[in-house]
Design a protein. Structure first.
Length: 423
């Protein structure tokens, strides 16, 4: 592990040269994993993306190409903000990888107004991100440039605003996202109202009188489903009332399905549809995190005490994720992976499975008649292919188990047919 961490930059430089091209797009996102023990200097309390509250953690930023192939990873102290980690990633792209022109895509919490000010001072560094809800509301307020009439005949439109000089704002309206948000706005408050009602009953019965205790209990229940913003509460000595904030709910409903992409890239270099698609490609980084932490690898929890050992642990998982990415691509024929995802009819439309993938799902077999399964189950089946050493009557014989049709096809897809003899 010490050997690996000392060569991390050289390894990542080769990956960047292979997958990150000057003037191309790089994806960056941040995740975290909890630590066991408290001796490591990188372990600290911060925003846990694992839902492990009260546990020390580390954070790590992953840099990938638009398809999600990992190129570099950086480990940060558990209390590091998204903005600081993003700045570190940009510095590595310029200084370590020697790429002077790059379009970096990140989420709205990472590429903030301050980080954009820093990027403006770096020639050749452009960005793609999204606006937060308050900024979107400001664009729509008092007859601003963002109005629902923009979407009468189209689902995306470009606008400009003095607050974003030299940038393009691509306003998108997705009916699918609007329907989902409307459903949650109805379901979450309805699921939450029963709990404040219990508190009100306790107050009326005289079992709960202290305003501070009423406030603590109220905060716990109304924020459980992130529905606190939809309620107005009034707490006093021995009194408690609550009601839905109809005005705020109506204002929020007015912007259902609307999101705004913010970019410094010109229309000539990247059209509006391609810009929206590039922002959506952040899903590939999220998939890498699932591979690393949940689906295929066991990055968490981390037991190392030395900072360099923690870094090496994360680098090993990044390299394993890189290998897994290519394995999943090569073995897609034998799994439920869609090999030909059709281009959406509109940039804001959700992705759909192809006809071929739906046919494979229904038949549960390939066109050649081989069974299909999940990727992890396929690896389990491949693990049954073994090399045996047989000792009988003083004679030693080496033998490979006969591969099944699925195993033979898997090795063909990997470009390495199963050897019939041992060398």
């Amino acid at each position: 592990m010490d050997w690996l961490v000392s060569r991390q930059k050289d390894i990542e430089k080769q990956l960047a040269a292979r997958h990150l091209s000057p003037g191309g797009i790089a994806m960056f996102d941040l995740s975290s994993s909890w630590m066991e023990g408290s001796a490591c200097e990188l372990a600290d309390f911060g925003h846990s993306r694992d839902g492990k509250r009260g546990r020390r953690q580390i954070e790590y930023g992953l840099l990938t190409d638009p398809g999600g192939r990992p190129a570099a990873v950086e480990v940060f102290k558990g209390s590091t903000s998204d903005a600081v980690s993003f700045t570190t990633a940009v510095t590595r792209v310029r200084d370590h990888f020697g790429i002077g022109e790059m379009i970096t895509a990140g989420d709205r919490g990472m590429i903030t107004k301050t980080r954009i000010s820093d990027l403006r001072e770096l020639p050749g560094m452009d960005w793609i991100t999204a606006l937060k809800a308050p900024a979107i509301a400001a664009l729509a307020r008092d007859g601003g440039p963002l109005q629902m009439s923009l979407f009468d005949t189209q689902n995306l439109a470009g606008i400009t605003h003095p607050d974003y000089p030299g940038e393009r704002l691509i306003c998108c309206h997705s009916p699918f996202l609007a329907a989902e948000r409307a459903r949650k706005r109805q379901a979450l408050p309805a699921a939450t109202e029963a709990e404040p009602a219990k508190i009100a009953a306790s107050v009326q019965a005289g079992r709960l009188k202290d305003p501070d205790k009423i406030g603590v209990r109220t905060g716990k229940v109304i924020n459980k489903n992130r529905a606190g913003k939809h309620f107005i509460t009034d707490t006093g000595e021995g009194s408690f009332t609550f009601r839905r904030d109809a005005e705020k709910i109506a204002a929020e409903a007015a912007s259902d399905g609307i999101y705004v992409i913010r970019t410094s890239v010109s229309e000539e270099i990247l059209g509006s549809a391609d810009t929206v698609a590039a922002c959506k490609n952040l899903k590939h980084v999220e998939r890498d995190f699932r591979i690393t932490k949940i689906d295929d690898l066991d990055l968490r929890p981390i037991y190392h005490y030395l900072g360099d050992r923690v870094r090496a642990h994360v680098v090993i998982c990044m390299l394993a994720c890189y290998l897994t990415w290519h394995m999943r691509e090569a073995l897609a024929e034998l799994t439920f992976t869609d090999q030909g995802i059709p281009r959406p009819y509109a940039p804001v439309a959700p992705a759909q499975r192809s006809y071929q993938a739906k046919a494979k799902d229904a038949a549960r077999q390939t066109r050649g008649g081989l069974p299909v399964c999940r990727y992890k189950d396929l690896l389990g089946h491949l693990s049954t292919l073994s090399r045996q050493v047989i000792n009988f009557s003083g004679q030693r014989t080496e033998k490979l188990t006969n591969p099944t049709p699925v195993q033979a096809r898997a090795f063909e897809l990997l470009g390495a047919p199963v050897p019939l003899t041992l060398r």
